[in-house]
Design a protein around this ligand. Structure first.
Ligand code: NDP
Length: 321
């Protein structure tokens, strides 16, 4: 019997894991297995910045396995403005989850990092060996340092106590249940919301920047399967990058084109080239992942975007906007 506790289980990634667990057949590599109980915890069940509340959550469910997703997450603006809060909240959350997992003899813990942890000045493509080779970008300094320390802690808990702790490094995630806030969201949910409003109000759809930068986007439901694989089949402390391949980079223009199509927007559509573009590309390698898994079929980007757009349009009133 195993009890798998997913912290941050009500967010973008947590909801996707829940979807896969509830919809994939038991016979599939990613379906729920007999003897497994999955718990998807929200912050209302316990504020993980607080050690006592963390302990209480673990005592309530007695998890044998933990997928640790809970984090203070935000877009560029919020990260730049609240560096100390991002550093402190995420440090507290991670310290409480890791230490309580050790104290309660959790058999396996996977924590979620992000490609933001990588150094600002580094050779590309990013791979799992490059996390600590230089300072992260100053825009998300607090968030990145808090996340990096999880990798340090995983090694320390393994060396001192023999804990089976590891981490995953996803690239840019999108999908149903994302945060579609106009000011403080990632690029896909932000543009989807903007395009929806342009259609509704008969106004132009203006995309910030040139549209040229390239990014690797992973569909949350694909990422969910990779987390389930990592939980069941990967037993090493070193992180694994969970991403589509370097040859599957998509430009912001391609993203915007797909959004226009998915939303059915036929009005004026342009790029505000006076706005900053950010880094042109920061490709990450998924070689380790594919070598270990023996291959994985990612959902085509347009299909994943279409599914996300349909979810957003159907759930507009209840979505995080
Ligand atoms: P969301 O913002 O969608 O969800 C965050 C989750 O964390 C929610 O369930 C939230 O609970 C919970 N949470 C936040 N603060 C606390 C707290 N103090 N105590 C308990 N729970 C808390 O995040 P995502 O699903 O996008 O991200 C999941 C993980 O993936 C994070 O670790 C993030 O850093 C990482 N990641 C995300 C990427 C992305 O593009 N989105 C890219 C790379 C990594 P509630 O809903 O109750 O507030």
């Amino acid at each position: 019997m195993s009890v798998i506790l997913v912290t941050g289980g009500t967010g973008l990634v947590g909801r996707a894991i829940q979807h896969v667990i509830e919809t994939e057949p038991e016979s599939s590599r990613f379906g729920k297995r007999s003897g497994e109980t999955w718990i998807f915890a929200s912050s209302s069940e316990g504020d993980l910045r607080d050690p006592a509340q963390t302990r209480k959550l673990f005592e309530k469910y007695k998890p044998t396995h933990v997928i640790h997703l809970a984090a203070l997450v935000g877009g560029l603006f919020k990260n730049m403005k609240y560096k100390a809060t991002f550093l402190r909240d995420n440090t507290l959350i991670n310290d409480n989850v890791l230490h309580t997992s050790y104290e309660t003899n959790v058999k396996k813990l996977i924590s979620c990092l992000s490609t933001c942890v990588f150094p600002d000045k580094v050779t590309y493509p990013l791979d799992e060996t490059k996390i600590h080779l230089g300072l992260p970008h100053e825009s998300n300094f607090g968030y990145a340092h808090a996340k990096r320390m999880v990798d340090v802690a995983n090694h320390a808990y393994k060396d001192q106590y023999g804990c089976n702790f590891t981490s995953a490094i996803p690239t840019n995630v999108f999908g149903p249940h994302d945060n579609f806030d106009l000011e403080d969201s990632h690029v896909i949910p932000g543009l989807l919301h903007k395009c929806y409003l342009a259609k509704k109000n008969g106004t132009p759809f203006v995309v910030s920047g040139t549209g040229k930068p390239l990014r690797q986007f992973i569909y949350s439901r694909d990422l969910a399967k990779l987390f389930i694989w990592q939980l069941r089949e990967y037993d090493d402390v070193e992180p694994v990058i969970l991403s589509v391949g370097e040859d599957e980079e998509v430009s912001i223009k391609q993203v915007a084109d797909s959004i226009v199509k998915a939303v059915g927007f036929s009005g004026e559509y342009s790029f505000d080239t006076a706005r900053a573009d950010g880094q042109f590309r920061k490709p990450a390698s998924n070689k380790k992942l594919l070598d270990l898994m023996g291959g994985f079929e990612f959902t085509p980007f347009d299909q994943a975007l279409e599914e996300t757009a349909q979810w957003f349009l159907q759930n507009y009133d209840n979505a995080r906007t």
